[in-house]
Design a protein. Structure first.
Length: 409
């Protein structure tokens, strides 16, 4: 018996040692990628230009096109997706023989999971030439197997197959810092990707929300001003599924205020009645209504695929208001975020507030005295950076003012 237990102990210690060695090989004490998750205004502008030049609505089925993408834009895109889905950081850089992709994900005990892969160009979908997890080399077949299962787990097999079929060639130009993608356009790719982001029940609620907003604004003259509180009070129904209906209303409003067609997210919306354009304001300002609603929608749809589209609304909105940094805009963003969170976590509290005389003052406290229109030199002179005590004091003051509103307590 002792002999057996001794062997069992040796086996257990050997396995434990192997597991510790494997953990040391696949994890690191430092991240391979250290950077902010934010997308720069320059990249947002680049993306807008590329979308305008390659508008899918202007392309015919089967049409062969080549789009040239700046590597800097792809790099920020990889980093954004790593932060959005892995809570990590990512980077893409050109190498003489392809493009290297690096991903870092934080683990407990100050360890990091670092993945580095080399993507080789060629005809069709690019292939992974080599990959390492920490110091451990990974077989490329294992990476492809894991990627295929991840795609299947999220239910995107058909979309992926269509994308593979559409992509004809990928090449990199290290001198110019660009990647060229040649593809045969297939409209179904776009519609399937959009439809996959929402359930049938979500689409039904979005249609009802659009009809409600359309009816509210139908008889108002173009350019009429209406308060955001009035719009929300009239279009968010007090029902058992108020949270789900409310977030549908916020997405419809966010698309409307961002000046984007809801059909870009929900293809079925092409056949829905159009919302008449009026000026929706918060505290008398249209821009504050935009900031509030887009942030509220982002908070209400957090974790859902459609949140990426709302996030793009926010990036485009921030780029459009290029008149300098504004703490008033930041206050509207924070108020909207709180509104969206309360809608999802405690809709009864929100419904109770809406049953009274609902006003803008219940959504946003007095913020007219906060600094705005701060261009870079003035901002740096007064607040240095977002980590400075001066900046944190201003954000703390915004949170304090929001705390004074019963809705956000």
């Amino acid at each position: 018996m002792r002999h057996f237990l001794g062997k069992l102990a040796i086996i257990a210690l050997t396995l434990l040692g192997a597991m510790l060695l494997l953990a040391m090989l696949v994890t690191d004490g430092k991240p391979l990628v250290e950077r902010s998750e934010a997308i720069s205004p320059h990249s947002v502008a680049q993306a807008k230009r590329l979308l305008a030049a390659n508008d899918p609505r202007q392309q015919q089925r089967g049409e062969i096109r080549t789009v040239v993408l700046p590597i800097s834009l792809l790099d920020e895109g990889v980093n954004y997706l790593a932060g959005r889905y892995l809570h990590g950081r990512g980077a893409l850089q050109l190498q003489p023989d392809g493009a290297s992709i690096a991903l870092s994900v934080a683990l407990p005990a100050r360890r990091f999971l670092n993945l580095h892969a080399l993507v080789a160009p060629g005809e069709g979908m690019p292939r992974i030439a080599s990959a390492h997890l920490g110091q451990l080399p990974l077989p490329t077949t294992l990476i492809e197997f894991a990627a295929a299962h991840a795609i299947a787990a999220y239910g995107f097999e058909k979309e992926w197959a269509m994308a593979v079929q559409a992509l004809r060639d990928v090449s990199f130009d290290a001198t110019r810092g660009t990647a060229s993608l040649t593809y045969a356009w297939e409209p179904d790719i776009l519609d399937r990707a959009r439809a996959a982001a929402l359930s049938e029940a979500d689409i039904k609620r979005l249609r009802e929300s659009q009809l409600s907003l359309t009816a509210l604004l139908a008889y108002r003259a173009p350019g009429t001003r209406i308060s955001l509180a009035e719009v929300l009070g009239a279009t968010i129904p007090s029902t058992d599924d108020a949270a789900l209906r409310g977030r549908a209303t916020l997405l419809v409003l966010a698309s409307h205020l961002a000046g984007k067609d809801l059909a870009a997210v929900v293809p079925a919306a092409r056949n829905w009645p159009r919302v008449r354009w009026v000026t929706i304001t918060l505290a008398g300002r249209h821009d504050l209504a935009q900031h509030f609603v887009i942030s509220a929608a982002l908070a209400a749809w957090a974790g859902e695929p459609v949140a990426d589209a709302i996030g793009l609304y926010k990036e485009l909105e921030d780029a459009r208001h290029g008149s300098g940094f504004s703490f008033i805009d930041l206050a509207a963003d924070r108020a909207g975020t709180r509104f969206g969170e309360i809608l999802i976590r405690n809709p009864e509290q929100l419904m109770a507030a809406m049953r009274t005389t609902f006003r803008d003052e219940q959504l946003l406290p007095a913020v007219g005295d906060l600094p705005e229109y701060l261009h870079q030199p003035e901002f740096t002179s007064r607040f240095e950076n977002p980590e400075s005590p001066q900046f944190k004091a201003m954000t703390a003051e915004i949170e304090r003012r929001l705390d004074t509103l019963p809705l956000y307590r």
